[in-house]
Write a protein that binds this ligand. Structure first.
Ligand code: NAD
Ligand code: AHE
Ligand code: ZN
Length: 369
């Protein structure tokens, strides 16, 4: 079949809207009509050429929601008409990772996913006979996309897809990093570096779990108003200080924070986030994604004296079993999504969504098909 899609032909080049060919679902696969998709900074990161797994041409997008159109042989858990959120972190329920009880990372399809291919090693997308690669196993910048059954969470049919698409990445990642990865306790002091969709979701999560002091840090002060609305108690612009920002935060908090979150993808800020943690117990969670070749560093003494460095992917959330609950929490008012949607547009304007992100003017642009 034909599908309208935004194709990334080369790093650093704008996406172009094309009519691509999409092959129907093979065994264990599902054809989904995407209704809405957010644009996450990770899409921009891969488009920039900094992602070692970036492949071109490809169809980016990993924060979508849609409706099942068709299922391949052997698919039992989904049927046409079901409402779904694509998962870049699959959940097979059977692999070593899924059975470990220690991680949400699943090993079943991750290798081929990273090569821009379906689990059988081929792509369902092409144009004029030329292969176009999948991205993060989701490719939500196409009206029709094909995913493994284990990469789809079935969600409540009444949930507004143009909102809950953001649970496919940003909002779940931030809330999950606070609740699952850091396990922030009531009364804690936290610092959140970077106030985009991910950082604001960490703030939302921190307020949900009863953090007492929530310090929000960004170099774009336009982000502070929304940070305060979500529960930030202090908003700090590092540019206002001559001292290193980690020292400023240590001084403000009687020795450092209990938990910090890096939501930017900047390795210097990752160091600051670790070093603003309290001696003896402070934990810093890396969420931001850094470019190929970049490395983190600190004095080992920071860890010897009890600070802990961790990372979080999709907030430690197991998509098939836990994401339907996030959708219901949105529907019953426990999770806020609406204020994150600062812009909506059609697929033809998708490059504008990237411009708004780079200009620091949007939190999330949602593309409506
Ligand atoms: P965004 O562009 O919307 O927000 C980033 C924010 O960081 C902006 O407000 C920007 O002003 C701020 N910032 C930039 N440089 C800064 C600095 N030096 N000091 C303080 N603030 C600074 O991005 P987003 O969509 O929220 O994504 C944030 C990061 O999280 C990206 O690296 C993205 O790839 C990553 N991410 C990771 C996961 C995961 O599962 N680990 C999931 C989603 C996104
Ligand atoms: N391809 C990159 C890795 C990018 C990365 O870390 N991705 C996050 C999700 S970002 C969503 O916006 C993630 O889930 N990582 C775990 C995984 O299995 O990819 C690179 O550097 O190679
Ligand atoms: Zn994302």
């Amino acid at each position: 079949m034909k599908s309208r899609a935004a194709v990334a032909w080369a790093p650093g080049k704008p996406l172009t809207i094309e009519e691509v060919d999409v092959q129907g679902p093979k065994a264990g696969e599902v054809l989904v009509r995407i209704v809405a998709t957010g644009v996450c900074h990770t899409d921009a990161y891969t488009l920039s050429g900094a992602d070692p797994e970036g492949i071109f041409p490809s169809i980016l997008g990993h924060e979508g929601a849609g409706v099942v159109e068709d299922v391949g042989e052997g698919v039992t858990s989904l049927k046409p008409g079901d409402h779904v959120i694509p998962l870049y972190t699959a959940e097979c329920g059977k692999c070593k990772f899924c059975l470990s009880g220690k991680t949400n990372l699943c090993g079943a399809v991750r290798a081929t996913q990273g090569q821009g291919l379906m689990p059988d090693g081929t792509s369902r997308f092409s144009m004029g006979g030329k292969t176009i690669h999948h991205y993060m196993g989701t490719s939500t910048f196409s009206e029709y996309t094909v995913l493994p059954e284990i990469s789809l969470a079935k969600v409540h049919v009444d949930a507004p897809l143009e909102k809950v698409c953001l649970l496919g990445c940003g909002i779940t990642t931030g809330i999950g990093a606070v609740r699952n990865t850091a396990k922030v306790e009531p009364g804690s002091t936290v610092a959140i570096f970077g106030l985009g969709g991910i950082g604001l979701s960490c703030i939302q999560g921190a307020r949900m779990v009863g953090a007492e002091r929530i310090i929000a840090i960004d170099i774009n002060e336009d982000k502070f108003e929304m940070a305060r609305q979500f529960g930030a108690t202090d908003c700090i612009n590092p540019k206002d200080y001559s001292d290193p920002i980690q020292q400023v935060i240590v001084d403000l908090t009687d020795g450092g924070v209990d938990y910090s979150f890096e939501c930017i993808g900047n390795v210097q800020v990752m160091r600051q986030a670790l070093e603003c943690c309290h001696k003896g117990w402070g934990e810093s969670i890396i969420i931001g994604v850094a470019g190929a070749g970049e490395e983190i560093s600190t004095r080992p003494f920071q860890l010897v004296t009890g600070r802990v460095w961790k990372g979080s992917a999709f907030g430690g959330v197991k998509g098939r079993s836990e994401l339907p609950g996030y959708v219901e929490d949105y529907m019953n008012g426990k999770i806020e999504i609406d204020p994150f949607v600062t812009h909506t547009m059609g697929l033809e304007d998708i490059n504008k969504a990237f411009d708004l992100m780079h200009e620091g003017k949007s939190i999330r642009s949602v593309i409506l098909f």
